[in-house]
Design a protein around this ligand. Sequence first.
Ligand code: 80F
Length: 311
Amino acid sequence: MKILLLGFGNVGKAFRKLVNEKDRAKELQNVKIIGIVNSKGLMIGDNENFKVDKKIDLLQAIDEVQPDVIVDMLPANYNNGEPSLSLYLNALHKGIHVITTNKAPLALKYSEIMKEAEKHNAKVLFQGTVMSGTPSVNLYKVMPGQRVFRIKGILNGTTNYILTKMYEGLDYNSALKEAQDKGYAERDPELDINGFDAAGKISILTNVYFGKNITIHDVKFEGIKNINNELINKTREKGTKIKLIAYSDGKETYVKPLEIDKNDPLYNVNGVLNALEIESDIQNTTIIGPGAGPINAAYGALSDLILLIRT
Ligand code: 80F
């Protein structure tokens, strides 16, 4: 399996490291990174130290190295999903599989991407887009036959980290700086703070869990901009907490800060942890795990890669 890795930042570097730890899974023995692209150009082959071999763009890189799968770890662009969106359509048209941690193209053009994949018998795998390496997208694949009524959770690591730190007494700016230093935040952290990231994620999960074709524009969302230390102190005194909650029942989909009490299972989901509660006619299932972090997001893509080889 030949990989073209797109993006060599926090997550891209962590992914490269995981892929080269061949003892993780027998499926990795025949996996090879044959090219890496960053904003400077293409490096042919696989090396920890990036150097530009060809100053070509992303589309040209696909033709140059002819991979079996592209792994997208480029920054999220919610204006139009580019350059990733065009890359997916181009790659899928050629029967090249897509693995991605980048939410934007799927949050904007889910059905277009999936139709193109189906037409050319190629796969699009995207566990890393929601809750990083904690199964959320892929969890659905192992619970067939359940009638899902609603899903609800905490889907952004950065804002949950910031709110948690504010309850511990830290100010907003220092908490954000810590989240950035740990590699949790988006390149443009506004995308975390204003709710875009969580809205993109709940739109993707709505499509997966309810078989819909919604986009981020169908999600009502609000971030944590208006949550100040005064509000935090007030709720702390009451024994409640404010959390940025994402919700969908397939009809109504939103992201907003909500006050929750001690009995709510999401009350103790703190720091970079995320959670997803799935309510169905059979049972309620809750999964909790890291929602962000370079190695965690990279693992989401690695798990997709191994599952792709197995099928
Ligand atoms: P980073 O900015 O470190 O790296 C981006 C790379 O892309 C760089 O190598 C850059 O040169 C390259 N690049 C940019 N534009 C390019 C272009 N036009 N052509 C070629 N190369 C270009 O980004 P990260 O942190 O490595 O993230 C990569 C992707 O993973 C983004 O789409 C993220 O949204 C996604 N992701 C990141 C996560 C994380 O923890 C987690 C899951 C997905 O919940 C949260 O708090 C979320 N903020 C994180 S979720 N870092």
